[in-house]
Design a protein around this ligand. Structure first.
Ligand code: ADP
Ligand code: ADP
Length: 225
């Protein structure tokens, strides 16, 4: 369902260039949970951004359901990102002047009837463990873990086929982290495809396949049984 082929990415600075990804290929089947581990700076976020249509690689291709993501026009790619791929950013990217509820419905703000969206947003917030008293707060009034869960709810609002997460448990304590792992497992049971980057090797191991990104290369370190 999701395929990246021979991805290369180099960042050019004034005085030097960094080759971050060198000939990366991955294939992710529907309903599969794929984890990527690797040290800080190894290119994990870059790979996720490329995979989700946010960052064009220097060379190589990304296919979503056999459609070449970087050959879509801007409108089509934006649609793909809003409706078919849920993305949880490492720094959440919640909009500061919108309430929790409005942040969650944001991807579909102009597409669907508001009341329906709010109903769904409330359900999702409950699923990720955000209590009702926080629904009308601005993000600045949330703890790190709460922001993270709101970001996960937002990623799920369009009922996307794929959920792509950059360090989804980075800010959570043990109990909240376990809840998120349970949530991801149940999303997977429902047929969602999950791609996540994590420092948490125990969480990575909950996936079907675990890859390691190191020195621009990717290697399978644990395969589905
Ligand atoms: P990770 O997510 O594994 O920590 P990143 O993908 O964020 O790694 O970054 C990989 C490398 O690419 C780092 O050395 C980082 O400094 C560099 N990098 C990331 N984004 C940019 C950018 N926009 N411009 C220049 N260098 C970048
Ligand atoms: P944690 O230890 O989980 O990071 P915090 O100490 O940041 O939690 O916050 C604890 C509680 O206080 C949370 O429920 C959060 O919603 C609330 N809170 C945090 N910051 C603010 C703020 N600036 N305004 C109002 N409430 C806040």
């Amino acid at each position: 369902m999701l395929r990246v082929e021979k991805i290369q990415k180099v960042f050019n600075n004034k005085s030097f260039s960094t080759e971050v990804l060198n000939d990366i290929s991955l294939s992710i089947s529907k309903g599969c949970w794929l984890s990527i581990v690797g040290p800080s700076g190894s290119g994990k976020s870059t790979l996720l951004n490329i995979t989700s249509g946010l960052l064009k690689p220097d060379s190589g291709k990304v296919f979503f359901n056999d459609r070449n993501v970087y050959e879509l026009n801007d409108q089509e790619r934006s649609n793909l990102r809003r409706k078919h791929i849920g993305f949880v950013f490492q720094d959440f990217k919640l909009l500061p002047y919108y309430s929790v509820l409005d942040n969650v419905i944001l991807p579909l703000y102009y597409d669907e009837e508001k009341n329906k969206l709010y109903e769904r947003a409330k359900e999702l917030l409950q699923v990720v463990g955000i209590r009702e008293s926080l629904f009308f707060r601005l993000p600045e009034g949330l703890s790190g873990g709460e922001k993270q869960r709101v970001a996960i709810a937002r990623a799920l609002i369009a009922n996307p086929e794929v959920l792509i997460c950059d360090e989804p448990t980075g800010n959570l304590d043990w109990e909240n982290r376990n809840q998120i792992i349970k949530l991801f497992s149940s999303l997977k049971e429902q047929g969602k495809t999950i791609v996540l980057v994590t420092h948490d090797t125990n969480m990575a191991d909950c996936g079907d396949e675990v890859y390691q990104l190191l020195n621009g290369k990717i290697a399978l370190i644990e395969a589905a049984v």
